[in-house]
Design a protein around this ligand. Structure first.
Ligand SMILES: *Cc1c(COP(=O)(O)O)cnc(C)c1O
Length: 382
């Protein structure tokens, strides 16, 4: 095993960031292609930046966020958060009591780890399923959770979404929607209504997923619940700070639905090109992906690397040789090692897909050459 612990993952991330810095300094930003779909951004003008004082900043930008945030998410009131995970934690701290049940329905397991971890922290019993017929709400349930679009961009069926909300509301149980990427993917690409318009009591989105905003969370929903949750948010320091709030406002204003719709159609072209050479690529709503198992299966030489290690080495070759950023090289410990090429963010707009396909193919050929030599692979990753 090359990457076998969280410490190894921290080290490989440091190496990836070092390669990125080196590319920027020697070849400029145009030599990099961030295809993670999480390329975020920080849009702000000098006059806005000059207002970023501890109390002046929130006075100006939180007011503005109320308007643009409600337009983006629906609901009666919004709160800006440090991350989506912070919003999930604050909601569970507020609404879920020890010993009560939390039930979660999503299109495909696994759930984001912040949901079970937060339930565990308050001592609640947590159940999740991706089989609609197996979903039920037991006695003593304090919160129903729905994920709008999973980490791998599997989107919930709208009828099932409506039914889960109806089942919860028949029993007066609040519904929290984890709509990290779903707030845009579901609504723009799948034409579904906003979670709050479907009746969700609380919905949370991630402001750097499929939009040009900073890493952060934006929660919207019923004003009475938002006010209660806001108390916990402030007590535990989970709120977004003024610079992030400013960038959220501008990120939402610059969110362009056409970019998502274009990537939705372009991904089929990329998938077609890649499928001439590979068997195991799959489409996502806004790009293509290959799992570690799928990638390892493509390799025709004998070697002793784990499937995940093969994915890490591939991600590093893409980065080092072609400046293509994919999640496994740069991710935090515990993230998925799936290689995703997302076409919905800036760097992908002007990319020639034939050229991208050639780069992927040539990186794969290099992977086949080095995979037999574990020491060389270790050097590539660390
Ligand atoms: C990314 C993601 C999260 C967490 O977002 P953070 O901002 O990293 O906390 C939660 N749920 C889903 C479905 C996600 O895709």
């Amino acid at each position: 095993m090359i990457v076998s612990s969280s410490l190894d993952e921290v080290k490989k991330r440091e190496k990836a960031l070092f390669i990125i810095k080196d590319l920027i300094e020697n070849k400029g930003r145009s030599a990099l292609f961030d295809l993670t779909g999480l390329s975020g951004g920080f849009i702000a003008s000098p006059s806005q930046i000059s207002l970023l004082e501890t109390y002046v900043g929130p006075a100006i930008f939180e007011q503005e966020l109320q308007e643009v945030g409600i337009e983006h998410m629906g609901g009666e009131k919004v709160i800006p958060l440090n991350r989506t995970s912070s919003g999930i934690l604050a909601t569970i701290l507020t609404l879920v009591s020890k010993g009560s049940n939390v039930v979660h329905y999503l299109a495909e397991l696994p759930a984001h780890p912040s949901i079970p971890r937060s339930c565990n922290l308050v001592g609640a019993n947590y159940f999740e399923t991706d089989v609609f017929d197996e979903f039920s709400i037991p006695e003593g349930t304090s919160l129903v959770v729905v994920t709008g679009s999973t980490m791998d961009h599997k989107v919930i069926d709208e009828d099932e979404f409506r039914k889960v909300i109806e089942m919860a509301h028949e029993r007066n149980i609040p519904v929290m929607v984890d709509d990290a990427s779903g707030a845009r993917l579901r609504t723009v690409v799948f034409n579904q209504p906003k979670a709050c318009d479907l009746g969700a009591d609380i919905a949370i989105t991630s402001t750097d997923k499929l939009m040009p905003g900073p890493r952060g969370g934006l929660m919207a929903g019923r004003e009475d619940l938002i006010d209660e949750i806001k108390v916990k948010v402030n007590q535990f320091g989970l709120e977004a700070q003024p610079p992030a709030v400013l960038a959220m406002v501008n990120g939402i204003k610059h969110f362009d639905e056409d970019n998502l719709i274009n990537s939705f159609s372009r991904k089929d072209e990329l998938f077609g090109l890649l499928s001439e050479k590979f068997d195991n690529f799959e489409t996502t709503p806004t790009g293509v992906m290959i799992s570690p198992e799928g990638l390892a299966d493509e390799i025709s030489v004998e070697h002793y690397l784990s499937d995940k290690d093969v994915a890490f080495v591939f991600s590093f070759i893409l980065l080092k040789d072609y400046g293509i950023i994919t999640i496994p090289a740069v991710s935090m410990p515990g993230a998925s090692a799936t290689i995703r090429f997302d076409l919905s963010t800036n760097d992908a707009f002007n990319l020639d897909l034939n050229d991208l396909c050639k780069k992927i193919e040539s990186s794969f050929n290099k992977l086949q050459e080095v995979v037999i030599n574990e020491d060389e692979c270790r050097e590539i990753v660390f």
